[in-house]
Each structure stands twice: as structure tokens, then as C-alpha cells.
Design a protein around this ligand. Structure first.
Ligand code: CTP
Length: 457
């Protein structure tokens, strides 16, 4: 069994309308997580540099005080003056100003900048910037600021697909993620020169929403709460190339993880899904039920909340062949053996105050769905079961909507057919009420490792 890979997730986000960041302050609502925050917007030299102007504008609209820092390469694509016109401070381009003291009124401008800010977002980030940052090489004001700051950093790579896929770039990105840097995966689409592939800078509203999540997860009603969420369908290997799987996409688990992060929880996402993980999550990639069990039991012990949204295989092949199985023409009988019930195992070792949630995917509806959910609640010993209908067109596995009922020992909240993020919102509302007041009052560092204690930003 390969060891689970751990990364910090900063991929997909809680959906936001293309027209807005979802983090602005207009409309008379509460101030968003970016309001009043000092943000360095790093811009590297790539064709996507023009999109950074829109990022700058949206950050300013959300109330952030933006300090643009352009690399020398960026100035070939876009003028610093454009950013100066939109941001709170003039765009900076160099460690060394005409007087040799730099652009800032400080002999050490990168340190001054790095110390005074709440976050850095680099959009677009080139392979060079990613390489320099991961290697600790400071060659300009932007890389120097990245190395000098202890504020959270969001990197938004954009480059040609071949460059993005290159092992050295992938290794550098993985190293940054291990150090707690948030990396927003590039989008797929048309690239410079008419090529197509993965490497596009995500849209400005996604970048701003990701930064809001990175900043927002440090505050909120669940600040100080640690949560473990599992997502996706497991794969049980038959041989090196074949496996038994199910149709689960991981969308529901990801929506729950994103909702918990947005409310301030520190979330470990144990996932077998290929989807980009929500920003701000600590990601453990797994494949089989056994790997998921190992990761869930290890992470679950310290968690206040555990949500088992994964579709864990109930059976696995009794034997996994080392070599690819060859066809013989004769019928084949597979011997399957049960996997461990992870949810039941977690409930059996639950510590006081822990809230544990399971899911039940059922080809049933109405009262029968509630009854099946309640039976599963009792059988596993969970606090809540989200019973949801599968096998009906438009809802369930792989879909964006769900027909779900949140079942507890004494209640059943029928949500009807709703987007999975609404299921997540309602579920996390219920989880909040179940967390004991004592648990939610405890300071974060008394309950879990803080990001700093883990060596993250
Ligand atoms: N689960 C688990 N470990 C397993 C199987 C399931 O932790 N080996 C969890 C799932 O993550 C989910 C819940 O248990 O939260 C689902 O319960 P289960 O009874 O296993 O549901 P099904 O797999 O649908 O089983 P059945 O076919 O008996 O309904």
C-alpha cells in the first residue's frame, strides 16, 4: 500500500457567481474576509498578466488594501501604472529604486512589506517564480517578499500545459504545498499560441474567492474546531491496472469540507476523488478503503468533527494480483472479502464531545429513506446520517444536486432536492448546534496544532 500523499488543498472553491467574488462588501451585508486586509498582489511575466488587473480591481472592491508587486517580466506585458490606478498603493517593481534604496521608504523594502501584510497572492505565477520560491532563491522584490513574509500565500500558476506538467514544476508545487502554501490549480482551456490544455489562470473571481477562503478560515464560528472529511469512492485493486469502484464523484464531501473551512474549521480532507480540493484544506490522497481507514483513524483521533462522506467499498478482492491478469476465455469468479467499516470503527473509539456524521446512499425515498437512515445511525453509532437518494436521474452520485434528509436519533430534516452545497450548509448548521459550547470555546491551540505549529504559514 502506498503511503497517502498529503498536500494543502487550494483547488476548487465553493461555487461563486461568475459576476461576483461572493466576498465583497456591497449590498449592505457583513464585511467580507478581505475587508481592510493588506494584500500583496504579485504579478509575473506571462500572457495572463492582463488578468491580474481584474484580480486587483476585485480585491479593491472587496475592501482589500492592495500593494501590487510586478516582476520585471510582468512589466513587458502590462504597465505598473495600470495597477497603481486601481490599488491602494503604487505598484512596485524593484528592490532597488533610483536612489539605491528601493521603491519603499525602507532600506529593506521586502522585509517591511512582508511584515506588514495579511496575505500574498501571486497571479499569474510562472514556473520561474514557483521554482525560485520553492528553492528559497530571492532574485527580485516579489520573491524576496515571499521569503520574508509569514502571512498566508496563495500561488496561482499559469503557463503552457507542457511546462505545468513537467516533473520539476510539479515537484516544486508539491513542496510548496507541503510547506503550507496554498496553490490554486490552473484551469483547462485555450492557451497562448492557440494551444489547448491545463495551464490557464483561473478567472479573477475564483482567485479572489480562494484568497478569501485562505484568509477566512482563520476566523468564523468554527475557528478552533478541527474536522476530518472523507470524500470520493474508493478503488479496490484487482491487479495493477484494474479495480472495483463506484460512481461517487466526491462532490458532496468537497462541499462539506469547503463549508467547514469557510466557517473557520481546520479541515483534513481524506479523498480518493480526482477533483481539485477546496482551498484551505489539508489534503490526504488515498485510493483504497484500507488506505482511507488508516488515514481516517490517524486524523480522526484529534478531530472534533468527522464527516464520512466517502463511498467506501464494502468489499475488496480477496487477492490483488501483482501482475496484470490475462484472459483465458473461461468464466471467472471473483472472491470478495469485507472491508473494515471505517465509520463504525471511528464511532467505537469516539472521544467525548466528538461529532461524527455518516452518509447513507439509498435507492429509497420518503419514510423508507428516513427509516434506512435511522437504522444506519443506530448500527454505526453516529450522531447524524445524511440519507440521500441514489438511482434517480439528476440527483446523487456524480450529480450537483441531492435529495437528502439529515437524520438524527430524534429528528429528520428533509431538505428536498437541493444543490450539494446546500446540503453542506444545512449539515454544518446542524453540526454547529451539536458541538458542545465547551468545545467551541476552547482556544484553537489547546485543541489542535495551529498552522504555525505545523510549520505552515
Ligand atoms: N462506510 C465506512 N466504511 C465502509 C463502508 C461505509 O465508513 N467500509 C461509511 C460511509 O462513508 C458512509 C456510511 O458508512 O458514511 C455508509 O454506510 P453503509 O452501511 O456502509 O452504507 P452502504 O455502503 O450503502 O451499505 P449498504 O449497502 O449496506 O446500505
Amino acid at each position: 500500500m502506498s503511503p497517502p500523499a498529503t498536500t494543502s488543498g487550494a483547488g476548487s472553491l465553493t461555487p461563486v457567481e461568475p459576476g461576483g467574488t461572493g466576498v465583497g462588501t456591497s449590498g449592505g451585508g457583513a464585511l467580507g474576509p478581505l475587508h481592510g486586509k493588506r494584500v500583496v498582489l504579485g504579478v509575473c511575466g506571462g500572457i495572463a498578466a492582463y488578468k491580474a488587473v481584474e484580480v486587483c480591481r476585485r480585491l479593491a472592491d472587496a475592501g482589500a488594501l492592495v500593494s501590487p508587486v510586478l516582476t520585471e517580466g510582468a512589466t513587458h506585458f502590462i504597465a505598473p501604472l495600470t495597477f497603481t490606478a486601481l490599488a491602494a498603493e503604487p505598484a512596485r517593481t524593484s528592490l532597488f529604486g533610483p536612489d539605491g534604496r528601493g521603491d519603499l521608504a525602507s532600506p529593506v523594502p521586502h522585509v517591511a512589506l512582508g511584515r506588514s501584510i495579511d496575505a500574498v497572492v501571486v497571479a499569474p505565477a510562472t514556473a520561474r517564480l514557483i521554482g525560485s520560491y520553492s528553492a528559497g532563491i530571492s532574485s527580485d522584490l516579489l520573491t524576496a517578499t515571499l521569503l520574508a513574509t509569514r502571512a498566508p500565500v496563495l500561488i496561482c500558476p499559469a503557463m503552457h500545459a507542457e511546462m505545468w506538467e513537467h516533473p520539476s514544476v510539479q515537484d516544486n508545487v508539491a513542496l510548496l504545498r507541503r510547506r503550507g502554501v496554498h496553490v490554486l490549480d490552473p484551469a483547462e482551456g485555450r492557451l497562448a499560441g492557440g494551444d489547448y490544455g491545463k495551464g490557464r489562470l483561473p478567472d479573477a473571481h475564483e482567485i479572489v474567492a480562494a484568497l478569501a477562503t485562505v484568509l477566512g478560515h482563520r476566523s468564523g464560528p468554527l475557528a478552533g474546531v478541527t474536522a476530518v472529511v472523507t470524500a470520493g469512492g474508493t478503488r479496490e485493486a484487482l491487479d495493477p491496472v484494474r479495480y472495483i469502484a463506484n460512481r461517487s464523484s466526491g462532490k458532496q464531501g468537497y462541499a462539506v469540507a469547503a463549508e467547514l473551512v469557510q466557517r473557520g474549521a481546520a479541515v483534513t480532507l481524506i479523498t480518493s476523488s480526482p477533483l481539485a480540493p477546496p482551498a484551505g484544506t489539508e489534503v490526504i490522497g488515498v485510493e483504497s478503503a484500507a488506505e482511507m481507514e488508516q488515514a481516517a483513524l490517524a486524523a480522526g483521533d484529534g478531530a472534533d468533527v468527522i464527516v464520512m462522506a466517502a463511498a467506501v467499498a464494502d468489499y475488496r478482492p480477496a487477492v490483488t494480483a501483482d501482475q496484470k491478469l490475462k484472459k483465458t476465455g473461461a468464466p471467472v469468479t471473483l472472491e470478495l472479502v469485507p472491508t473494515a467499516d471505517i465509520l463504525a470503527g471511528l464511532c467505537a473509539r469516539r472521544r467525548p464531545g466528538q461529532v461524527i456524521v455518516g452518509f447513507a446512499a439509498e435507492t429509497a425515498a420518503g419514510a423508507e429513506l428516513v427509516a434506512l437512515g435511522r437504522a444506519k445511525l443506530a448500527a454505526k453509532g453516529a450522531d447524524l446520517i445524511v440519507a440521500n437518494e441514489v438511482g434517480t436521474a439528476g440527483v446523487g452520485f456524480g450529480q450537483d444536486a441531492s435529495r437528502a434528509v439529515i437524520v438524527s436519533e430524534h429528528s429528520a430534516e428533509d431538505l428536498g432536492v437541493v444543490p450539494k452545497r446546500v446540503v453542506a450548509t444545512k449539515l454544518v448548521d446542524t453540526i454547529e448546534t451539536l458541538l458542545s459550547p465547551a468545545a467551541s470555546r476552547r482556544p484553537r491551540d489547546a485543541r489542535c496544532q495551529t498552522p504555525d505549529a505545523k510549520g505552515r504559514n
